[in-house]
Write a protein that binds this ligand. Sequence first.
Ligand code: ADP
Length: 490
Amino acid sequence: MAEFVGAIDQGTTSTRFVVFDAAGRIRGQAQKEHRQIFPRPGWVEHDPDEIWENTVEVVETGLADAGIAVSDLAAVGITNQRETTVLWDRVTGEPLANAIVWQDTRTDAICAELAADGGQDRFRRQTGLPLATYFSGPKVRWLLDEMALRQAAERGRVAFGTIDSWLTWKLTGRHLTDPTNASRTLLYDLAADAWDSGLADAIGVPEAVLPEIVDSVGVGETCRGPLEGVPLAAMLGDQQAALFGQACFQPGEAKNTYGTGNFLLLNTGDAPVASTAGLITTVACRIDGEVTYALEGAVAVTGSLVQWLRDNLGIIRTASEVEELASQVPDTGDVYFVPAFSGLFAPHWRSDARGVIVGMTRYTDRRHIARAALEATAFQTMEVLDAMARDSGTTLTELRVDGGMTRNEMLMQFQADVLGIDVVRPAVTETTALGAAYAAGLAVGLWKDRDEVRRLWAEDRRWTPRIGDTEREHLAARWAQAVERSLGWA
Ligand code: ADP
């Protein structure tokens, strides 16, 4: 019997294929980077054909690495970089342009024009999103207009998809997406769980280009090509896959991914929660037609501040050295570092903020600066979680963490201290691929239900708060004072 599950993890810089066994452990994997195409300042593109070719290659090399055949796979799941937009010809199956990547800001003018009538939050009630170049809808409009594809689109010749759709099309010939990806387009109504013709009209996207929305978790089509005969059983955007991979299935459960920046998602259950703090409302997953929603918040500068210490200050040679340096002092000596290099995101949303280091004395040295830089990641995470708790009315009992910075034990301990709850790192830190695998395995019955998956999910380390409420409140108040100093500089 087929006892393995494959996860295609199509990310911004590379494509991976990871094979998991029935115990949820990694048995083999392969990875390949693709080109980042920068035709003009602010523009970022990927070649959809290259992404497909890399997918085929990593599937083959990943299976070989695991030492198994395609027929040993019980199911495959897809997780993907979100919002990145592909258009292709439904008749020839060929891409009509390079994919416009989520980071691309060419739709600035379209977003400004749309915001002129009703503001940046014009579509927030329905979509959970602010009007921003990040999301797919304006990218589709730009491509249709600039490539003179609107008429063909209205006649039904043009297909739009995010990367999940593009890969599904290549693997099965069907034009599908799931609600976690649909909810990033500005074209999808969260409460109705459907495309919305009013939104499509307003943004200028003919409904004929849109994929059919299917469950995130569920047995769908059977693959052809490199995964011949394997059921495609899951589609999840990358951050939602990480939430699933952290087994955060219940309302009130949250994960934080610490990478270049941080991504926090909180499961809020079966109703979308509107944010008053500038968080995004999004879909966590859809199973058997039932939608689970999430609140999402991002912190722009976290791991990249460690890179900045390395590259701009030169006080460390590698990212991992920061821990050793910062550990040489017991505290920052009351120094705070607010890395508002490009303004502050949620919950402040102040583009006029700039970075500050406050509280220095003659006694301060690079060890204190390094420590304050690490603490900044923990404080910024605290602010987003506080906003999530206020918006959702839930209190977290623990935070599940993943990503490169979670190797830093000192940071994880400080995170637990300032949050006042346990911080937990799982045994498998490839949570994005793991989430797609959990989802696909569940869909085909390799695992009976989410409780069984929850039991598979294994803890590696847990950090418990070591400070009391008075000290925590003091730290939070000092941080708030430092943030005040950073505002209004630009
Ligand atoms: P991404 O997926 O965003 O590329 P990763 O999850 O690979 O990021 O994490 C890399 C980030 O983590 C880098 O910004 C790096 O500076 C930071 N980092 C890596 N190791 C450590 C460490 N031991 N302590 C603190 N930061 C670290």
